[in-house]
Design a protein around this ligand. Structure first.
Ligand SMILES: *Cc1c(COP(=O)(O)O)cnc(C)c1O
Length: 235
């Protein structure tokens, strides 16, 4: 893809976010764009960075680490790990990312805290919640969220920033909003119970449901295809 396409699609995505915020009656700086670059080459990340994009989301650890090496000169990139996370990968994630959005069990949280290098400061955490109730989807059960949040807040090298969800696909705006509203309610409940934690982040909204997510209070929208184009399936 020639450079100009990333610039233009990033510009369109920013405008779309700005329009959604305005329609929702929210301030223009009330939500940020996380550029989801999984399966996309480092050159496109570099291009987006040249257009002032700083936050990038990656799903696959090895692919992300390879790109981080290629982009080591761009020292102000903020890397977010947003993919499924197994125990054997926590060390590399704790060492190479600023945020993890996909924490859904205490064991993973404890390992991330133990393995976070002190020099990097606390790792920002979003708890992934299964708000659609599908057995196959990852994410903590809403009933287990309170206990999980309490554990994360008690860990010294983590900061509990908020909640993340990947709702089941839905076509109507009303259907899209239901699980997003649920996530917001869960976050608001946690905030009441744990005023000592930041809990300032709602990581929700993707290319297909950005407008619904902004209406429901998203603060970090994760856009992949809207910025980088369709993904080719991984081999
Ligand atoms: C791939 C991915 C996205 C981006 O999805 P698009 O529909 O391409 O915008 C967002 N969040 C997560 C967790 C993802 O895996």
């Amino acid at each position: 893809m020639p450079d100009v396409q990333v610039r233009e699609s990033l510009q369109r995505a920013r405008q779309r976010l700005a329009d959604a915020l305005e329609s929702a009656g929210r301030p223009a700086d009330d939500a940020c764009l996380l550029a989801v670059s999984k399966t996309k080459p480092a050159a496109l990340i570099r291009e987006a960075h040249a257009c002032r994009q700083r936050d990038f989301g990656e799903n696959y650890l090895q692919e992300a680490l390879d790109k981080q090496v290629e982009l080591a000169d761009l020292t102000d990139i903020v890397w977010h790990f947003i993919g499924p996370l197994q125990s054997n990968k926590t060390r590399a994630v704790a060492e190479h990312f600023a945020w993890v959005h996909s924490v859904d069990r205490a064991k993973i949280a404890r390992r991330l805290s133990e393995q976070r290098p002190a020099s990097l400061g606390p790792l920002n955490i979003c708890l992934q919640v299964n708000v659609s109730g599908e057995a196959s989807k990852s994410g903590a059960d809403p009933d287990d969220l309170d206990a999980l949040a309490a554990e994360v807040i008690a860990l010294p090298n983590l900061r509990l920033r908020g909640l993340m969800a990947i709702p089941a696909p839905a076509t109507s705006m009303a259907e899209q909003r239901r699980p997003l509203a649920r996530l917001r309610q869960l976050r608001d409940d946690l905030r009441q119970r744990y005023p000592q934690a930041p809990l300032d982040t709602l990581s929700m909204g993707m290319s297909d449901d950005l407008e619904a997510a902004i209406l429901e209070g998203a603060t970090l929208v994760r856009l992949g295809t809207a910025i980088f184009g369709a993904r080719t399936p991984r081999a």
